[in-house]
Design a protein around this ligand. Structure first.
Ligand code: G3H
Ligand code: ZN
Length: 284
C-alpha cells in the first residue's frame, strides 16, 4: 500500500535502521523499485523528481505508484523530491502523494522557515509528511570549492531551531555528500551528524547524494541517526540510461518490451544492493 514517510520513519527510528529512497525517471524504473522491495521484504520510498513529474503528471504518477505498491504488495511512500514550487507541492498533496520535500535550502534561514511552515500547514490537513532541507547539499557539477561547500553544511543549533519553527517530519542535512557522481572520495562529517541527532533526537535525518557513498559510510551515518538515504543518479545512469542504450542497440526483434524487462531488472538489482546495506531487509 501507499504509506506516509512519517509512518516508515517512526518504525525506522524504533529499529535503528534507515530506509532507502530511490528516484524514478520512468515507469520501468518505478517497477524495479517495487520489485526490489518485494524481493527484500522491505518498505521503500519512491521519489518523483520535479523533472519526472513534468513528464508523468501528478495523477499519472500517483496512479502508477499506487499500482506498483499493490502489484508487488509492499509498503511504499510516494515522495515528491526537491520541490521548490509551492503550487506543485499543493497539487501533489491534493492528488495523493504521501510525502513531499520542500527544498528552500538556497534561501536564508527565515525564508526557508516561512515557506516550509506553510507547506507543513497545508500537508498536515491531508496527513501528508514533509521533509525540508537546512544547509545546502550541492551538486558535483556546481564546481564549489571544499571550504565553500563546508560553509553550507547544516549548523546543528540551527537544526534545533528549524524543527521548532517548522514542525517538519524529516530533515535533510548537508554533511559532505553531493548530488551526482563523486569526482573524489566523499568525506562525510560524522561528528556533525551525531551532534544534529543529539539536538533533534526525534527527527529522522535524511542523507542526500547517496550515489557513490561507500557501504561503510552508509552504515556509520545510520548508526548516528540517519533514517532516509536518497539514491538517484546511479539509477538514472546505470539503471535506466546505459541499459536502455545497450538493449536497444542489441535488440534484433524491434520489441521495446525486451528493453523494459532489462531496465526493470537493472533498477531492481541496484535497489536491492542498497537495501542490503541500508538494513531494511525484512522490515515490511
Ligand atoms: O534527492 C535525491 C538524492 O539526493 C539523489 O542523490 O543522485 O547523488 O544519488 P544522487
Ligand atoms: Zn537530493
Amino acid at each position: 500500500a501507499l504509506v506516509t514517510l512519517d509512518y516508515l520513519m517512526k518504525k525506522a527510528m524504533k529499529g535503528n535502521y534507515a530506509i532507502g529512497a530511490f528516484n524514478f525517471f520512468t515507469y520501468e524504473n518505478l517497477i524495479g523499485i517495487g520489485l526490489a522491495a518485494q524481493r527484500k521484504n522491505s518498505p521503500v520510498i519512491a521519489m518523483a523528481s520535479v523533472g519526472a513529474m513534468k513528464i508523468m503528471g501528478e495523477k499519472g504518477t500517483v496512479g502508477a505508484c499506487y499500482g506498483v505498491a499493490r502489484d508487488y504488495d509492499v509498503d511504499m511512500v510516494l515522495h515528491l523530491d526537491h520541490a521548490t514550487d509551492y503550487d506543485l507541492i499543493r497539487r501533489c498533496v491534493d492528488n495523493g502523494f504521501t510525502s513531499v520535500m520542500i527544498d528552500a535550502s538556497s534561501k536564508v534561514y527565515q525564508e526557508n522557515v516561512d515557506i516550509t511552515a506553510q507547506v507543513v500547514e497545508y500537508a498536515a490537513k491531508y496527513g501528508v509528511s514533509v521533509e525540508a532541507e537546512l544547509g545546502h547539499v550541492g551538486g558535483q557539477e556546481d564546481h564549489i570549492k571544499v571550504d565553500e561547500r563546508e560553509a553550507l553544511f547544516t549548523v546543528p543549533e540551527d537544526a534545533k531551531r528549524f524543527i521548532k519553527d517548522t514542525g517538519v517530519d524529516a530533515l535533510a542535512i548537508a554533511v559532505g555528500t553531493v548530488h551526482g557522481f563523486y569526482k573524489s572520495e566523499p568525506k562525510l562529517d560524522f561528528p556533525r551528524i551525531a551532534r544534529i541527532h543529539e539536538l533533534v533526537p526525534t527527527i529522522p535525518l535524511v542523507l542526500h547524494g547517496g550515489t557513490g557513498v561507500s557501504d561503510d559510510d552508509f552504515k556509520k551515518a545510520i548508526q548516528l541517526g540517519v533514517r532516509k538515504i536518497n539514491v538517484g543518479t546511479e539509477l538514472k545512469v546505470h539503471g535506466v540510461f546505459d541499459v536502455s542504450k545497450q538493449a536497444y542497440a542489441s535488440d534484433s526483434g524491434s520489441d521495446p518490451r525486451s528493453v523494459s524487462v532489462k531496465v526493470i531488472e537493472a533498477c531492481a538489482k541496484i535497489v536491492e544492493s542498497r537495501i542490503d546495506v541500508i538494513g531494511s531487509v525484512g522490515k515490511l
